[in-house]
Design a protein around this ligand. Sequence first.
Ligand SMILES: C[S@@+](CC[C@H](N)C(=O)[O-])C[C@H]1O[C@@H](n2cnc3c(N)ncnc32)[C@H](O)[C@@H]1O
Length: 206
Amino acid sequence: MNREKHWERIHQSKEPTQVSWYQPEARLSLELIRRVAPELDSPVIDVGGGASTLVDGLLDRGYRKVAVLDLAQAALVRAQERLAERATRVRWIVADALDVPLATASTALWHDRAVFHFLTDARDRVRYVAQVQRVVGPGGHVIVASFGPEGPSRCSGLEVVRYSPEGLHAEFGQAFHLLDSKREDHWTPGGSLQPFVYCLCRVESS
Ligand SMILES: C[S@@+](CC[C@H](N)C(=O)[O-])C[C@H]1O[C@@H](n2cnc3c(N)ncnc32)[C@H](O)[C@@H]1O
């Protein structure tokens, strides 16, 4: 089964509050975003955002240029239903993060929680990093959150790659300046602990 069909099925078969990655509030992501992109007209994109509540938090804080991208349309529909009329303030993009033709240097902040770690093929990781570098451009920022070294080795029936903060930054390389990293203990709705690692980087001029 291809990636897109796999994720469509997951989002169609589970309530957004039942999936293991559900957070009532994306507290740490919001804190990091506000730190590096405090201006409310900063373009922010949540890549592989699914039905995450991060978009709600960004709108609550007054961000005006928010985009959510996901392979699975079903996930975005869930978020749109929750947001009701506020959904019209968001740009929704159904696409694969690896090859979506977003404009060069079009976003101030690229956010990814629990997407990059599904890229088990090194060639996909290289494509992903090139995409971030192009779409964000020099001076912009990226937040990538993956399972930490003690996290699960699989999620949603797929293998994942687990990272230390150093290992995650190494995937991005010297063109990304590591500003900070954080660990977060995420408790799934089923009561399991999933340690996450967040890296906050600035894209350097080449
Ligand atoms: C584990 S969920 C995380 C969702 C959200 N980021 C969160 O933290 O609540 C992974 C999401 O990434 C999406 N996804 C997986 N691979 C993708 C890709 N290559 N491009 C875009 N979205 C992708 C899936 O459809 C799913 O919604």
